[in-house]
Design a protein around this ligand. Structure first.
Ligand code: AMP
Ligand code: MN
Ligand code: MN
Ligand code: MN
Length: 280
């Protein structure tokens, strides 16, 4: 039975808001010693075939993946699907619907930023997005930094784009159960992404987990680029208490963006069941 030494089960290419082409993500992961990689672009599987081709014959196994945007209690909740059939029609239809809502949302983000004194942000974000169907807040943030209006992406989010700020316009993504069922019906495993990032009360977080698990969600990101060590300990406890498998996930978007490079997360706490035990 194959065991994996350096899995990284969440990252982005330029088919969503990553900087690198899918083949370059795979090459970088290989150079960093990753032996199991999931490419998980936002609401998009268009980079998977290129990533599979780049991994072919190498020491890296590529899992087709996706990161689906959902709405719950006013927060954007992201659900990663691992080892999906990325040609499964109901999944593709659902993702296409999420992408089509992004264009109109981007216009509202542009209008809100204009009201805050940042003109032409939509055009700027569009210029930075390789996939015109997949404009994210990250593209807006990069544009504002590139214009010299703010020093870094984090500052832009803190001022304009984080939950509750003007550029985080209300939007209805998929329901949590809907995203989980698209993933399961496509043969995949559903993972709750970066759980420590959500601004939810304890009761709301418990309800989220309940709905996620009732719908068939099986794993949670415990170790990741978005988590501090204290948050990792807290989420590890959640995984134990609720019997969830654990994932390890850089959420890599590109060099110099985000705290962790591909394959450079800490190991999982030893007593947790790794989600990759499913992929042997
Ligand atoms: P969207 O899908 O348009 O809601 O954009 C979400 C993306 O914005 C995430 O996947 C990250 O790439 C980025 N993002 C969200 N929150 C932050 C943050 N606080 N700091 C930096 N990037 C963020
Ligand atoms: Mn992103
Ligand atoms: Mn995410
Ligand atoms: Mn992500």
């Amino acid at each position: 039975m194959k065991s994996f030494h350096n899995p990284d089960l969440h990252c982005h290419s330029n088919r969503s808001d990553g900087h690198l082409a899918p083949a370059d993500v795979v090459a970088r992961a290989l150079a960093n010693g990753v032996d199991l990689l999931a490419l998980t672009d936002h609401d998009e599987v268009g980079g998977i075939d290129e990533a599979i081709a780049a991994a072919y014959g190498s020491k890296l196994r590529l899992l087709p993946g996706v990161e689906i945007s959902t709405s719950f209690a006013g927060e954007n909740i992201h659900i990663v699907g691992l080892a999906i059939d990325h040609r499964h029609r109901p999944l593709l239809d659902g993702l296409a619907r999420l992408r089509s809502g992004r264009a109109e949302r981007a216009e509202r983000i542009g209008a809100e930023l204009a009201r805050c004194g940042i003109p032409d942000a939509l055009a700027g974000a569009r210029r930075l997005a390789r996939n015109p169907e997949l404009l994210t807040r990250a593209h807006f943030a990069r544009h504002i930094v590139a214009c010299g209006l703010m020093p870094d992406i984090r500052t832009v989010f803190d001022h304009y784009l984080a939950t509750g700020k003007p550029g985080c316009v209300p939007h209805r993504w998929a329901e949590v159960e809907q995203a989980v069922s698209w993933i399961i019906d496509a043969g995949g495993v559903a993972v709750l992404a970066h759980p420590a990032r959500y601004r939810l009360s304890k009761a709301a977080f418990d309800e989220l987990l309940e709905r996620f698990q009732q719908g068939g969600g099986e794993a949670i990101e415990v170790v990741g680029g978005a988590h501090t060590e204290e948050e990792t300990r807290r989420i590890a406890q959640v995984a134990r208490r609720r019997g969830l498998m654990a994932s390890r996930a850089s959420d890599f978007h590109g060099l110099g963006e985000g705290p962790v490079d591909l394959g450079c997360c800490n190991p999982l706490p030893h007593d947790l069941v790794p989600v990759w035990s499913r992929f042997r």
